[in-house]
Ligand binder design. Structure first.
Ligand SMILES: [Fe+2]
Ligand SMILES: [Fe+2]
Length: 254
């Protein structure tokens, strides 16, 4: 049986971070080894933002070397903790300097559209008219091709008010949903930022928040309080007969 196009998604790696004194390095090492040990070689790695905690040159050097060990094409997006210019230079991404990072790639039959959802200097993301126009045109260019949309700020509500407040405004989510609804070739929207696996739908399209390759949060639905917990994890996206399946793997870590 031929192997379908397989994409591994790593998110929220946070090199240089120290949430609750927990070091990203051994966790990300474990994730990289888990990806290298998969029974089927992935075709590409999607990295959906927050590669570093502070966006320093040193942090980018570290993560570039670690991801390089996968020896796979890397399709990278910035998160709110990243420095666009440094990220772009490190991974040789399209565009110039501090411009938003957005582009599309083909992984076998699957098209992946990567959209920068960041507002420099702020934690919450945005889907404003300018970026939605770009997305609308990008999707209109290939209406027949099964497509995955990748972002950092996953467009779903967690029901945890403080967590949603650092993600997206409701109106931005709805505006994105209106564009998504016009493009039925979209099979899924995948993102990160929430450090928690969560699913929803937007504009008739499934939405998945991938796990962090560093730490997950255990949220409190009543109070502004989150607990950072292991284990790290990653997502796998596979396209078989035009259908996309998205799955999540936890990586044992003690
Ligand atoms: Fe993050
Ligand atoms: Fe983030």
């Amino acid at each position: 049986m031929p192997k379908p196009p397989l994409i591994v998604q790593l998110s929220d790696i946070h090199i240089g971070g120290s949430e609750d004194g927990k070091d990203p390095m051994p966790r990300v090492e474990a994730v990289i080894e888990a990806v290298r040990s998969l029974p089927n070689a992935p075709d590409a790695v999607l990295v959906s933002g927050d590669l570093t905690d502070h966006g320093t040159a040193k942090e980018y050097e570290v993560i570039r070397a670690m991801l390089g060990r996968l020896e796979l094409p890397l399709y990278v997006l910035p998160g709110n903790h990243d420095d666009r210019g440094r990220l772009r230079a490190t991974f040789d991404l399209p565009g110039e300097g501090e411009e938003p990072i957005r582009y599309s790639v083909d992984v076998g039959e699957l098209r992946v559209v990567l959209l920068d959802s960041n507002v420099p200097g702020r934690d919450p993301g945005a889907y404003d008219d300018e970026r939605l126009s770009w997305l609308d045109a990008e999707l209109a260019a290939e209406p027949e091709r099964p497509t995955l949309l990748a972002v950092h700020h996953t467009p779903l509500a967690t029901g945890i008010l403080e967590w949603d407040a650092i993600n997206l405004e409701v109106r931005d989510r709805e505006a994105l949903g209106a564009v998504v609804a016009r493009h039925p070739q979209l099979r899924a929207i995948v993102g990160g930022h929430l450090h928690r696996v969560a699913v929803s739908a937007l504009g008739g399209c499934p939405v998945l928040s991938a796990p962090s390759a560093y730490l997950q949060v255990r949220p409190n639905f009543e109070r502004d309080e989150v607990t950072w917990i292991d284990p790290p994890g990653f997502a796998i996206h596979a396209l078989r007969d035009g259908e996309l399946t998205s799955q999540v793997e936890s990586v044992p870590f003690t």
